[in-house]
Design a protein. Structure first.
Length: 245
């Protein structure tokens, strides 16, 4: 869930979702897609999961989001080689339970991602009031970096904690604000294209630092925060799930 504040006329002008929208150089998994869209905020829901093409950044290029099932989906994106995030095509599942009342919350992912471009394959986790944003960067490449309160002389974000092992992974942790909400970014110390994340454990760790309270967990999102993918690149989610009780 990124900045999506559009003028009324812009909202009216958005093109409708199209089941038959097909991107150039499509992924092999896209061929039998049950749904796809090129619309800026084209959305689709199935099995308790919501999808959004989420092209929210300035200067963005064309993008097609396709869905085979809630667990198998992907995107073809052609974003120019310029700075700034252009899009966050993603899947989301809403939880709506206070952190202290959650018995467990885990998520698993398996992706096939390009070796070029600038992007992150990342979770974007929100409280129900969208006041706290927790990003989990599972894999990242190119000219991308987390939000931070502190940057070094080279303009690189400075972590508030390093080599933190929690939720089944080891991270460098950054804390900052985008001007609208607090942002906590967990960057894996090495890239991963598959795995399972203990979301509750990570939220409890943040709470143990005194940064959040007994928040209500809102959307658990996963997708690709794309800065550049010049010429068009495919991002395939081979499998994905969120389990909570």
């Amino acid at each position: 869930m990124k900045k999506r504040f559009l003028p009324v006329l812009a909202v009216i002008a958005l093109t409708a979702c199209s089941k038959n929208a097909v991107a150039p150089a499509s992924s092999t998994q896209q061929v039998e897609a049950i749904w796809s869209t090129t619309a800026q905020y084209g959305s689709y829901s199935t099995n308790g999961y919501n999808f959004n093409n989420d092209i929210w950044g300035s200067g963005a290029g064309p993008q097609t989001l396709w869905v085979n099932s809630y667990s198998n989906w992907g995107v073809w994106s052609n974003q120019p080689n310029t700075g700034g995030i252009k899009s966050y095509p993603h899947i989301a599942r809403y939880i709506g339970v206070a952190l202290g009342s959650i018995k467990s919350c885990t998520s698993s992912f398996n992706v096939t991602i390009p070796g070029s471009g600038s992007y992150e394959a990342a979770y974007d986790i929100w409280d129900s009031n969208n006041a706290n944003e927790i990003m989990l960067w599972m894999s990242y490449t190119g000219a991308v970096g987390p939000i931070s309160y502190t940057y070094n002389s080279s303009g690189q974000a400075v972590p508030v904690a390093s080599n933190v092992s929690v939720g089944g992974h080891t991270w460098n942790v950054y804390r900052g604000s985008n001007g609208s909400n607090a942002v906590y970014s967990f960057l894996r110390t090495s890239n991963a294209t598959s795995g399972t994340v203990d979301v509750k454990a990570i939220l409890n760790w943040i709470r143990s630092q005194g940064w959040i309270g007994n928040i209500t967990l809102g959307n658990v999102e996963f997708g690709y925060e794309i800065t550049s993918s010049s010429g068009g690149l495919n991002f395939d989610t081979n499998s994905f799930s969120v389990s909570s009780k």
